[in-house]
Design a binder for this molecule. Structure first.
Ligand SMILES: [Zn+2]
Length: 249
């Protein structure tokens, strides 16, 4: 089989997938036979859902482009080269219908996203195939720590969570998908992901402790799983967290 070489250069956050000697610079990659650009950048370590733009010898190409000897391939991630002002515009126009599905290791991130009002599916029993199937049938973005899962050819939308810490992970997701202006606490049930409704406290008097009934005014109810929520300390912690986020941007 014929040996070939191509030059690769990854920009911005795509460098998170590379070893130190490859970060931020062009490097040679050797390969055999016929290969698509997707085959090669995934062999180098970068999953396709993280790629927004591919140019080969300064011409825009797609994933199926067959790489030729000595091609210079440049790859950019989402949000690369976009200034702060344009990012804030993207936040205004970001879809409120954005939906996520998260892998088994990111339960706390899922809870934080639901606290912010976002549509998130999570079940610790799901394997990769089930996650991919649900993501594709319901047009959901996969959030995962598993690069291998994102390299699956059936995955269309996804993001590799870099941080190990949930309070940093949620910032990653908010930045990547421009969600800051879409945060709405107490919109979604933390238990079943259903939309919450406001409910008069008189209707739930016998379902909550008397102390809670007397202390709080606003209550929310999940029609699917019957859970009741009120604006207790976790709500104010969340408000403080959102305020910190807004100051940062
Ligand atoms: Zn519920």
């Amino acid at each position: 089989m014929l040996k070939h070489q191509a030059f690769f250069h990854f920009f911005g956050s795509l460098n998170d997938f590379l070893s130190d000697e490859k970060k931020g610079q062009s490097f040679v990659y050797n390969f055999k036979g016929i290969a698509s650009v997707k085959n090669l950048f995934e062999a180098i370590g970068v999953p396709h859902p993280e790629i927004r733009k591919i140019t080969v010898n300064n011409r825009k190409k797609d994933f199926i482009y067959k790489v030729k000897d000595n091609d210079l391939i440049k790859l950019c991630p989402f949000n690369y080269g976009i200034n702060k002002f344009f990012l804030s515009l993207l936040s205004i126009f970001a879809s409120i219908k954005i939906k996520f599905i998260i892998d088994v290791h990111l339960g706390k991130l899922g809870k934080y996203l639901k606290l912010c009002g976002f549509d998130v599916l999570y079940n610790w029993k799901w394997d990769d195939d089930e996650i991919i199937k649900l993501a594709s049938s319901q047009n959901r973005i996969i959030l995962t720590h598993d690069i291998g899962l994102l390299k699956n050819k059936k995955v269309i939308k996804g993001y590799w969570i870099r941080s190990q810490y949930p309070d940093e992970q949620i910032i990653e997701v908010i930045e990547r998908y421009h969600l800051l202006s879409k945060i709405k606490p107490f919109k979604r049930c933390l238990h079943c992901n259903n939309i919450l409704i406001k409910i008069p406290k008189s209707k739930i008097k016998d379902k909550i402790p008397l102390m809670i009934y007397r202390k709080y005014k606003l209550f929310f109810f999940c029609l699917k799983c019957n859970k009741i929520y009120w604006r207790g300390s976790h709500y104010y912690n969340m408000k403080k967290f959102i305020k910190r986020l807004k100051i940062k941007y």
